[in-house]
Design a protein. Structure first.
Length: 255
């Protein structure tokens, strides 16, 4: 499949480049054959050259994996993945026996504020949204990183909660980005988001992102309000599908 190419540099005046990437906690494979990919992911994030990078399944810490891998980073993954000159914001969604993980946002623009909201729908899945306010080229842009649940009914209720959060926390005239792993390949969530003014780039075939080795569905999306969608790009190839079970999605918008 083909995607609309993105040719404009991210620093081009009036253009906002946003990437979303589920990094699978920086580890690929199962059992004794699993491999540490966090170092490669650090190089990959830099290559995305995005103004805003929305990350899911980011580990703050994991004592078991830190003991297993000799080269486990000494700092939390969000901090490790941030390219030079970028700020990183992380908030935990899930607490596990050996550590915790959640969503992160990396940006080359100043962070003006951030907050987290629990959107867990049942006790078997811990989910949350990360809201970050960034000043881009003198304008305040609100970005929300999401990772929705695996159960269809949960996703519908989480999008309704997202709508209430936006109504409460984001000014109606402010540019808004909602990006992440929506765990949904149908159209119901897309229609719900459109119902409160959030749209994505639609002038190209679906940008399949999952599974990374042979992508068949698009689980990852970047929706906006108050911005003009310009294009989408999904990096492909062995170097990308080895790093995570998702491929990154890069979207560009006119401010």
């Amino acid at each position: 499949m083909t995607h609309t190419p993105i040719e404009l540099p991210a620093e081009h005046s009036g253009i906002l480049r946003v990437a979303t990437y589920n990094i699978h906690k920086g580890v690929q494979g199962l059992g004794p054959t699993r491999r540490l990919e966090i170092h490669n992911l650090g190089l990959a994030v830099e290559q995305l050259d995005a103004d805003i990078v929305c990350l899911q399944e980011v580990r703050k810490m994991n004592h078991k994996e830190a003991g297993y891998f000799e080269r486990w980073p000494r700092v939390p993954q969000a901090e490790y993945l941030a390219p030079e000159g970028y700020a990183s914001v992380y908030r935990t969604n899930a607490y596990t026996r050996h550590g915790e993980h959640g969503n992160a946002l990396l940006t080359r623009w100043p962070v003006m504020g951030h907050q987290h909201e629990d959107i867990s729908d049942h006790r078997f899945e811990q989910r949350g949204l990360l809201h970050v306010e960034v000043e881009v080229q003198g304008r305040r842009v609100h970005a929300i990183v999401v990772h929705l649940g695996l159960i269809p009914g949960s996703r519908i209720r989480q999008v309704a909660q997202l709508q209430r959060f936006i109504a409460r926390e984001v000014p109606g005239d402010a540019p808004l980005v909602v990006a992440g792993d929506f765990n949904d390949w149908g159209l119901q969530i897309k229609r719900m988001l459109a119902g409160f003014g959030l749209f994505e780039y639609d002038d190209a075939p679906r940008a399949f992102t999952y599974p990374a080795r042979l992508p068949l569905v698009q689980l990852d999306h970047v929706y906006v309000r108050g911005l003009t969608p310009l294009g989408l790009h999904v990096p492909r190839g062995r170097i990308w599908w080895r790093m995570s079970d998702h491929l990154p999605l890069i979207a560009e918008f006119r401010l």
